[in-house]
Design a protein around this ligand. Structure first.
Ligand SMILES: [Zn+2]
Length: 216
């Protein structure tokens, strides 16, 4: 059974659902990390939601500008600078000082995640790359079935870095409440820190496991 868990919410913000999720997290005194898609910040309503998340103590990370083809499949220097660098500019002072970046990869880890150019960019510019180890696929219908998959991961992992999506979870806070109660019953500590195994680059210092996440 897990001893700790980190909540992360990806691909937002989404007006209409992210605010409900923020209300829930506030009521329960849960601090999470939001990995936001840069382009979404160009919409003022969405930007306000990220500002609110930041003001309420959540950590804000960079989740690419467009969330399209993973950088390991199309990651030339110019695209990397746009996907990562432009998003970081859009985040401005909301970006966590450790410069958290999470690549997109359809929930799976492998060489499709980064190109050598993307890896070099993250190292040179001292980013902290955060991956994941628990992806209960809340995007698959029926969406609520993420709950049993997340509970299975809790049994297997010591420290799940859980990936959920505000767009779906904000519509089913009842399942998040059930999950969170389950964590509390089992004495699982909620932390904003990440399992080091899910941090292949920490402030520009790369971990040997990074080679498995980089195309050649
Ligand atoms: Zn994503």
């Amino acid at each position: 059974m897990a001893t700790r868990l980190s909540y992360t919410f990806d691909n937002g913000p989404w007006p209409g659902t992210t605010e409900r999720l923020l209300d829930f997290l506030g009521d329960r005194n849960i601090k999470a990390t939001f990995f936001v898609v840069g382009e979404r910040l160009k919409d003022p309503e969405s930007r306000k939601l990220t500002e609110r998340a930041w003001a309420e103590g959540h950590w804000i990370g960079n989740h690419t500008l467009t969330h399209t083809t993973p950088l390991g499949r199309d990651g030339g220097k110019e695209r990397v600078e746009r996907e990562i660098g432009e998003t970081e500019q859009l985040l401005g002072s909301m970006a966590h000082p450790r410069k958290f970046f999470r690549p997109n990869g359809s929930g799976s880890l492998g060489k499709h995640i980064l190109s050598p150019e993307a890896r070099d960019y993250l190292v040179t510019n001292k980013y902290t790359m955060v991956t994941w180890n628990s992806v209960p696929q809340d995007w698959i219908e029926p969406h609520s079935h993420w709950l049993s998959r997340a509970k299975d991961d809790l049994k297997k992992l010591d420290w799940p870095v859980l990936v959920l999506h505000d767009k779906f979870i904000g519509e089913m806070l009842d399942t998040l409440a059930q999950f969170h109660d389950h964590l509390l019953e089992h004495g699982v500590e909620i932390t904003q820190e990440f399992d080091p195994a899910c941090v292949p680059i920490d402030r520009g210092v790369s971990h040997p496991g990074l080679v498995e996440l980089t195309s050649s």
